[in-house]
Ligand binder design. Structure first.
Ligand SMILES: [Zn+2]
Length: 109
């Protein structure tokens, strides 16, 4: 019956979302996902994988970030949720344009 309120999208699956995010070590960030998976990230690796337009060429998708310019001890200073799909990270090196979608994070971890 039309208008029953049931919406079925066979190609859209429920994407995992972070349930908990915590510091796992001096340079590690851990995320527990809604599907039970746990990821542990080296925080500098997260910084190097920043997907923003300053770090990745939007046209070619190639990384333009000079990795040597990122301090070895770079750390997240502020982590804020963006809607229900991403987090925004401000880094100790002053970089603050990176928005990491959950799908991107999950792909890294
Ligand atoms: Zn960036």
């Amino acid at each position: 019956m039309a208008g029953s309120g049931i919406c079925y999208h066979p190609h859209v699956t429920e994407a995992p979302v972070p349930k908990a995010m915590k510091q796992a070590g001096p340079n590690q960030l851990a995320i527990d996902w809604s599907d039970g998976h746990s990821s542990v990230y080296d925080v500098r690796a997260l910084r190097l994988n920043c997907p923003c337009a300053q770090c990745v060429d939007e046209m070619s998708g190639k990384k333009t970030l000079n990795e040597a310019s990122v301090p070895a001890d770079v750390k997240p200073v502020v982590i804020n949720p963006v809607g229900r799909y991403a987090i925004h990270i401000e880094w100790s090196d002053g970089h603050r344009t990176g928005i990491y979608t959950y799908a991107h994070l999950r792909g890294l971890g």
